[in-house]
Design a protein around this ligand. Structure first.
Ligand code: HH2
Length: 333
């Protein structure tokens, strides 16, 4: 029977002397919850977990694209698309995109994620040439003026190549490197850091009745397998971030099950990136039908994730997230 180990994360700055550091960062633990597909969760002392699991849970994560993983980092979203679910059409001209990148940097973004293909539920695939036409000039313009790390949100190797040639630093693939077999080898050859995300199905159909045996463990197994595949392709494990893919082939209940136990993913030994910003479940539970009204709900979930040791928050509302993080950190002492 396979066991999975979720650290029971604490963030009180008064750490007991025997506490184990979580991923070398701001949180700690001394108990774990043991999960399996066949039996009820069990809470035990962390010392009862296998040594290799403890090693992955506790070890410091190396920097990614120059960003330290021992404090929370904000990834500002820049969608240069006409049809993204919350900001479609707002930044699709290069001058507007540059203005928005500048604004997010001023508000405290640590990295900018640029996407030229909406992956909202129901979205159709964008041809490669068009995706490059949307993203590469914007990356070049930002790189010409700012030293901020830039991530390209794409499933396709030619788009990643054009982005990196224009000054991009990291590849964020919502298809978990399963869409274009050329993307992982390209990242390996160029020593690029990556984010591997879980999705069930393609954006066009993913919200039509998604099903799992056990959403948490199924997503964990998928990411475990994808991290191994990336390593086999030559990507350094230390340069891989993992993301459970909130809203990608998931119901509200699936999203909540993943968020409640998100600390499980630390057992993969990689930093966790989380994208909940303005997503539909925030509107549903937060009584905010309009995406622009979902900042407060998004920030609430982001802080809950940081309290579980999540290292990178992918957000639209950089100002609100930075402000909330500053206060969360200040009152913890
Ligand atoms: N979500 C979206 C896009 N890219 N990347 C990662 N790693 N994680 C996410 O959760 C994620 C992502 C969807 O949000 P958005 O970019 O705002 O919308 P759209 O796909 O409509 O452009």
């Amino acid at each position: 029977m396979t066991h999975y180990y979720r650290p029971l994360v604490q963030t009180d700055p008064n750490r007991p002397t025997d506490a184990l550091p979580l991923a070398g960062g701001w949180a700690w633990f001394n108990e774990v919850e043991v999960l399996s597909r066949d039996s009820a969760p069990q809470r035990v002392s962390a010392r009862q977990a296998p040594a290799e699991v403890l090693e992955r849970l506790t070890m410091s994560r190396p920097n990614i694209a120059g960003l330290s993983m021992d404090r929370p980092q904000i990834m500002g979203i820049l969608n240069v698309t006409p049809d993204s679910f919350s900001d479609g059409g707002q930044h699709d001209a290069p001058e507007k995109a540059l203005l928005h990148a500048r604004a997010m940097l001023g508000q405290g973004a640590d990295i900018i994620d640029i996407g030229g293909e909406s992956t909202r539920p129901g979205a159709a695939e964008v041809p490669v040439d068009e995706e490059i036409r949307r993203t590469a000039p914007v990356i070049e313009a930002i790189r010409g003026e700012m030293s901020v790390p830039i991530s390209i949100d794409t499933r396709k190797e030619p788009v990643a190549r054009a982005a990196v040639n224009a000054g991009g630093d990291l590849v964020n693939d919502v298809a978990g490197f399963t869409f274009d077999p050329g993307l992982a080898p390209y990242c390996a050859t160029h020593g690029l850091p990556v984010c591997v995300m879980h999705a069930q199905g393609d954006p066009e159909t993913m919200q039509q009745d998604p099903r799992y045996d056990d959403v948490l463990l199924d997503v964990y197994d998928f990411l475990d397998e994808r991290v191994a595949a990336l390593e086999a392709a030559g990507v350094d494990r230390a340069q891989i971030m993992v993301d459970p893919g909130i809203g990608f082939g998931k119901t509200v209940e699936h999203n909540l099950a993943l968020l409640k136990r998100i600390a499980l993913f630390h057992a993969l030994g990689c930093p966790i990136l989380l994208g909940v910003s303005r997503k539909k479940f925030i509107g549903t539970l937060g009584n905010a039908p309009e995406p622009a009204d979902r900042a407060a709900g998004s920030v609430a979930v982001a802080l809950a994730a940081v309290a579980q040791g999540v290292q990178v928050l992918r957000v639209h509302d950089v100002f609100e997230t930075r402000s909330a993080l500053n206060l969360w950190q200040a009152v913890r002492g």
